[in-house]
Ligand binder design. Structure first.
Ligand code: AMP
Ligand code: TRP
Length: 331
């Protein structure tokens, strides 16, 4: 039986090779043999204040990147969260079946609200909106990074809780598909922390749309160590190990073979080759992105995606309303 896949990415700038290797590449692979739904979660993005003009731009950026990396709108549904009202509607129903205690334990909430006496309520219930995203589409599989594990667990807990109370097939209980440890890409200038969209230094990451000179600069300046040996040892050589991970992720070459190939040669040669590999891998993505980012085609894809998503969401909402006794049942 074909499985349904659902995932979402927030429309923020600086989508980087960590997002690509960790999440987007998986989205593309999962299209074979599954029914995939990929969302741009703009309502999640406003949990912290956003500039409206920038947000609109970022939504289209991420949509264009989805297509540029190989998400195929003929096979997968691609849409913007706020264009399907069911997300907010189901989120309310789920909020009434979740507990403040379990939400208080979410580490992402604790991190983002740290130091503030009061935080936006949206930040607190963010995981419930995420649960609604997933349960609205009866998703079987949710490909995400390890940082989302706790949110997936909460989604499963809520689904099971509602099923116990309102009928076993109210919701499909989804499974997370988490990245392998090796797929975690670290910051280039501080390889002990994760590559992130929000780090201040642009040299900490390679964004998917960076051009050759920026890519080269970031890789040539990447933090390594002084022993000059190209060897995978994340504890003692986090910088070199991160570059080996990136090399292997882009080329498919096992790390051990790359270690042998560069044995006795300096970091300079390895970095130079790696910069070229990353640049050749990203160039076609950048090319397609530029072709479609400002096209009418992109708007059409998202409109069609929202229609297809809405058709599924409306069926789920009807089922949920019937189970809960909401409305007259005749609308
Ligand atoms: P975010 O940047 O939090 O919107 O993440 C979008 C997706 O990319 C999520 O599935 C993350 O787990 C994944 N991701 C973010 N940063 C990295 C990283 N440095 N390495 C691997 N995957 C990442
Ligand atoms: N919370 C996810 C992140 O920060 C984004 C997200 C929102 C998501 N809704 C989702 C991911 C549903 C998977 C499924 O990365």
């Amino acid at each position: 039986m074909t499985k349904r896949v659902f995932s979402g990415v927030q429309p923020t700038g600086n989508i980087h090779i960590g997002n690509y290797l960790g999440a987007l590449a998986q989205f593309v692979q999962l299209q074979d043999g599954n029914e995939c739904i990929y969302c741009i979660v703009d309502m999640h993005a406003i949990t912290l204040p956003k500039n409206p003009g920038e947000l609109r731009g970022n939504i289209l950026d991420v949509a264009a990147l989805y297509l540029a990396v190989g998400v195929d709108p003929a096979r997968s549904v691609v849409f913007v969260q706020s264009e399907v009202p069911g997300h907010a509607e189901l989120a309310w129903v789920l909020m009434c079946n979740a507990y403040t205690g379990e939400l208080s334990r979410m580490t992402q909430f604790k991190d983002k609200s740290r130091g503030n006496e009061s935080a936006p309520a949206g930040l607190f219930v963010y995981p419930i909106l995420m649960a609604a995203d997933i349960l609205l589409y009866d998703a079987d599989i949710v490909p995400v990074g390890n940082d989302q594990k706790q949110h997936i667990e909460l989604t499963r807990d809520i689904a099971v809780r509602v099923n116990n109370k309102y009928g076993p097939d109210t919701f499909v209980v989804p499974e997370g598909r988490f990245l392998k440890e090796g797929a975690r890409i670290m910051s280039l200038d501080d390889p002990t922390s994760k590559m992130s969209k929000s780090a201040e230094s642009p040299l900490s990451r390679i964004s998917l749309l960076d051009d050759a000179s920026v890519i080269k600069k970031a890789i040539m300046r990447a933090t390594t160590d002084s022993d000059g040996e190209i060897r995978f040892d994340p504890d003692r050589k986090p910088g070199v190990s991160n570059l080996l991970t990136i090399h292997s992720a882009f080329t498919g070459t096992p790390i051990a073979r790359t270690e042998r190939a560069y044995s006795g040669r300096g970091y300079g040669a390895f970095k130079k080759d790696l910069a070229e590999i990353v640049e050749t891998s990203l160039a076609p993505i950048r090319g397609t992105y530029e072709e479609i980012r400002y096209s009418e085609e992109l708007i059409r894809v998202l409109k069609d995606g929202a229609e297809r998503a809405n058709a599924i969401a409306e069926r789920t909402m009807k089922r949920v309303k019937d189970r809960f006794g909401l409305g007259t049942g005749r609308a």
